[in-house]
Design a protein around this ligand. Structure first.
Ligand code: KMH
Ligand code: ZN
Length: 272
């Protein structure tokens, strides 16, 4: 089985210090959280950035500042900026971090309700526009799918030439408005992607570690982090993103799955 790629989604756009005081907002806090995850075994940092008061932003300069500071302490790590940003942002606002030519960035493959009154908008033309920009800039998209229909959208856009193979998916499971985090649904998604595709799974809240375990057994990859879940176990807040990654590493060891370094992750994903 391939080595396990662990992604740490350290910050997100919606989770707050009120949920867990260790959620990073400032540059220094982002560096601290990225380093804790990297030291524990994460090879990819999925990155959102905030202003110091916690407001999410897709500002190119803020991304550059945070990315440069992370590279100083984790020189070989893969930083994957979000192009999802926060609900309500415009397309061009969301695309700003792709101007920094990262190796990898997210590409959200459909629209969904996002709790309460929020709608996370990704029309077909938006997805095509984002895919084109990423192709122009040599960025591999990680295909964020919050439901089965979004896999179908990605496959359709592959046929039309917008998304290249090998495709790499992220199954984000358990968002209020998307597919559940039940194992039945994981098996459904996992069986719906091409044989030559790779995938990682991001279980939201209580689904984080059950889905991580399923992916470890199945040969997939795993995303954990405060963006998705702030608890290390029921009712106990995680002290850091590193603590969440350490738990995944322990589970992987139990099943004999080795952990990929950033360069090994690049090879598995076909980026260099
Ligand atoms: N913050 C969500 C609305 C991504 O990073 O590409 C979207 C999101 C997906 O987090
Ligand atoms: Zn994200």
């Amino acid at each position: 089985m391939e080595k396990l790629i662990i992604t740490a989604a350290i910050c997100g756009a919606e989770v707050l210090k009120e949920h867990n005081p260790a959620v990073p907002y400032t540059v220094e806090e982002c560096v601290r959280e990225a380093k804790s995850a990297y030291d524990a075994g994460a090879s990819i940092i999925h990155l959102h950035v905030r202003y110091d008061d916690g407001t999410p932003t897709q500002d190119r300069n803020r991304f550059k500042e945070v990315m440069d500071a992370i590279y100083k302490v984790c020189p070989d790590v893969i930083i994957q900026p979000s192009t999802g940003g926060a609900v309500g942002m415009s397309n061009d606002e969301r695309l700003q971090p792709t101007e920094l030519n990262p190796e990898l960035a997210t590409l959200d493959c459909g629209t969904l309700n996002f709790g309460g009154d929020d709608v996370f908008m990704n029309t077909e033309n938006t997805i095509k526009y984002f895919a084109q920009k990423m192709n122009e800039r040599g960025i591999k998209p990680e295909l964020e799918v919050f439901d089965k229909s979004m896999i179908d959208m990605a496959l359709r856009l592959h046929k039309k030439g917008f998304i290249k193979k090998p495709m790499h998916f992220d199954f984000v499971m358990g968002v209020n408005g998307g597919i559940t985090g039940e194992l039945r649904d994981f098996i459904f998604l996992r069986g719906s992607i091409p044989d030559d595709a790779t995938y990682t799974v991001a279980g939201i809240g209580r689904f984080e570690f059950t889905l991580a375990t399923a992916a470890i057994i199945d040969g997939g990859h795993v995303r954990v982090g405060f963006e998705d879940n702030v608890f290390i176990s029921k009712g106990v807040l995680a002290k850091s993103n590193g603590e969440l990654v350490e738990k995944v590493v322990r589970i992987a060891k139990e099943f004999g799955r080795e952990i990929a370094s950033p360069n090994e992750a690049r090879k598995i994903l076909g980026i260099n």
